[in-house]
Write a protein that binds this ligand. Structure first.
Ligand SMILES: Nc1ncnc2c1ncn2[C@@H]1O[C@H](COP(=O)(O)OP(=O)(O)OP(=O)(O)O)[C@@H](O)[C@H]1O
Ligand SMILES: [Mg+2]
Length: 342
């Protein structure tokens, strides 16, 4: 059984005028133990919202509009609040975007981790303190620094401390939202090494939300690309980076130095991501897509498997077989959908 199986998850924000804006629309993916998934896409595409929905930690204006979040076979969306609180942090935990600045400046780091431990586990004070030492050790901080305050820690160490806190109750799935933003390059690499090491050592499922495709290429076996609240492409990172099938993925890669086309200057993506209040009809990417055709303007593409384990939501994926090849081969039709007019 998959550790995490997200099925058709949709999330809405209700505006002050009472309108419901869909920030995540029909998102599905799964993740096994010991696997790392990178979630990428431009700002506002719904990455954080989707992750908060998994944990049922949406802000008050947000609500889950549909779908299932199966964790080890149990739908987290069905759980009563008390049961959910227990499973959250104990089963799955998140390191929030911008978490480093969430540490309380006037309390020692060790105290803050101990509090996270004590809030969830019935430990005596000495046991909790021992656990803090263990957790600090797991993230590469000497236990002797537990008594220090956040300002005595570097940015990288503060991020490590946040990871230690997330691990307090021994989760099986760790979600890290922008874990390396605002850190310098060397420290970024160390934090990624740490996450990877923890994944292996603890057999964690790991989701890394990031703008940095390089992070995904180095750390994650699979990548999920989101656009305008929907899945655009999902597959093994090596395959997606080498041969993206969705025009948006290709644009993202080309916008990133040295990943899209090594040696070629990065190319920005023309236009801007859609606003939720003003989503284009058809494929949400069509206004910015150089390959859009008539059908893309009117019909939103469903995700389909192009190769086992590699899904694309595009009517005309890059390197798809041509109409004649399709017409001639039922097996190809099965995979790519029937050709137009057939
Ligand atoms: N509390 C909220 N109330 C209303 N709308 C929200 C709220 N939080 C997020 N949104 C909207 O939901 C959409 C998705 O936002 P989200 O923060 O999930 O994007 P993101 O992909 O994480 O972006 P970034 O890369 O900048 O972190 C955006 O259009 C955003 O404006
Ligand atoms: Mg975000």
């Amino acid at each position: 059984m998959m550790l995490l199986d997200v099925r058709d998850l949709s999330v809405e924000f209700v505006t002050s005028e009472g309108a419901a804006l869909r920030a995540v629309d029909g998102l599905s993916f799964s993740l096994g133990r010991g696997e790392a998934l990178g979630i990428v896409g431009e700002s506002g595409c719904g990455k954080t919202t989707a992750m908060l929905a998994l944990l049922r930690l949406l802000p008050p204006a947000g609500r889950i509009a549909g779908g299932q979040v199966l964790f080890d076979g149990t739908d987290l969306l069905d759980l009563a609040p008390a049961e959910l609180r227990r499973r959250r942090w104990g089963d799955l935990a998140i390191v929030f975007q911008g978490a480093m600045s969430a540490l309380n400046p006037v309390r020692s780091v060790g105290d803050q981790i101990r509090e996270a431990v004590a809030a969830h586990l019935p430990l005596s004070r000495p046991e909790a303190e021992r656990r803090v030492g263990e957790l600090l050790d797991m993230v590469g901080i000497s236990a002797s620094r537990a008594g220090q305050y956040p300002h005595q820690y570097s940015g990288g160490m503060r991020q490590r401390a946040m990871i230690a806190m997330a691990l307090a109750c021994g989760p099986q799935l760790l979600i890290a939202d922008e874990p390396t933003t605002a850190l310098d390059v060397m420290v970024q690499a160390q934090i990624l090494d740490l996450l990877n090491h923890l994944r292996e050592q603890l057999n964690l499922g790991l989701i890394i939300v990031t703008h940095d495709l390089g992070v995904v290429a180095e750390t994650c076996q699979a990548v999920l690309v989101m656009y305008g609240g929907r899945l655009a492409e999902h597959g093994p990172s090596a395959e997606v980076f080498a041969a993206p099938r969705h025009p948006y993925t290709r644009s993202l890669l080309r916008a990133f130095p040295d990943l899209g086309r090594p040696g070629v200057a990065p190319e920005g993506i023309p236009g801007s991501p859609p606003r939720l209040s003003d989503l284009p009809p058809g494929c949400r990417f069509h206004p910015r897509c150089g390959l859009a055709r008539e059908r893309c303007l009117v019909e939103g593409p469903a995700a389909r498997m192009v190769v086992p384990g590699h899904r694309v939501a595009c009517h005309y994926p890059i390197d798809a077989p041509g109409p004649q090849a399709l017409a001639a081969d039922p097996a190809l039709q099965e995979r790519w959908g029937r050709p137009e007019g057939a």
